[in-house]
Design a protein around this ligand. Sequence first.
Ligand code: AMP
Ligand code: MG
Length: 343
Amino acid sequence: MLLLRTDPVAPAYDVINKAVEVLRRGGIVAAPTETVYGLFTHAQSDEGCLKVFKAKGRPPDNPLIVHVDSLEMAETVGHVPKDVAEVLRQVWPGPITVVIKSRGVVSPCVTAGLDTVAVRAPAHPIPQAIIRELGAPIAGPSANKAGRPSPTTAAHVIEDLDGEVDVVIDGGPTFFGVESTIIDVTKKPPLLLRPGPFTVEELERFFGPIEVPPVARGLAEADVALVPGMKYRHYAPNTPLIIVHFDLREAVETARRRGLRVAVLCALGRCAEADAVIHMGDEMYEVAKNLYKSLRDLDRLGVDVGVVAALEERGLGLTIMNRLRKAAGHREAYNLEGLLRYL
Ligand code: AMP
Ligand code: MG
């Protein structure tokens, strides 16, 4: 495994060229984007795509996102409806992924055999330079082991995938810290599949009304068995995490009275005294940026349980609550009685 460092704003040619060379021969490259670190393959390489799934331990029915450098390149991959193209001209490059009808030109491994494809143009100079030099789209999921919090630094990538990736490009911490917004524009009205940095409120300014199903709020998905007998855990720390909808201090005191060592993940000033405290930030973007790092830090504290106060599901709050619900394995307490079930 080769670890290459480069300036995220002005990436070095030799680093980009090395990545391109590896991708051309069916290798895989971890690199930052403006959202989280991605694990990339040439989008047309079956061999590279299989390596991505194997390295991550990802169920083969969970497709990857195709990353392009322009709307023109997106149109080679899938059918972009005219009205959607108008919007993409305004919002790309950026953390917004659209699901469109596939032209079947990327590897079937990338789309998991679906007749749709998820496409986005990242707003980060490193993947932009890679795609431009390669002259073809790259495909990838987040560069973490399946079920683990997404990586926002190269160190997180190495923590999960050391030795299983050909090249890791360290371009410093990512900007947003949560994965792209995914919207299915083959549906009318468009369907939100995953909330992200681009909020529903912002999307609706461009697309009109959007449907937000329970799965986009982080509800329901845990019941979908991807492997028989197994629930799909995501973004999960090893330490149990509980989302608290009532008084945080009361929740912490109750858990500690039961002899548990408790860590509090503080966001937007909602905090309490505990055995350990992780400050995620006082502003929504800061909380999003620190979220996955905080979940990884939780496991280093040696506590029995983590608690976090529920956020209002508006704007980025919807995105953060989606990730927290999955990280918490849907442990959500609305009152003391509810909490006791988890202690
Ligand atoms: P990750 O960013 O690691 O979660 O991986 C890519 C995400 O894109 C996954 O959540 C996939 O379910 C989603 N995705 C990729 N292609 C499609 C598609 N054709 N339809 C719906 N979702 C997709
Ligand atoms: Mg992921």
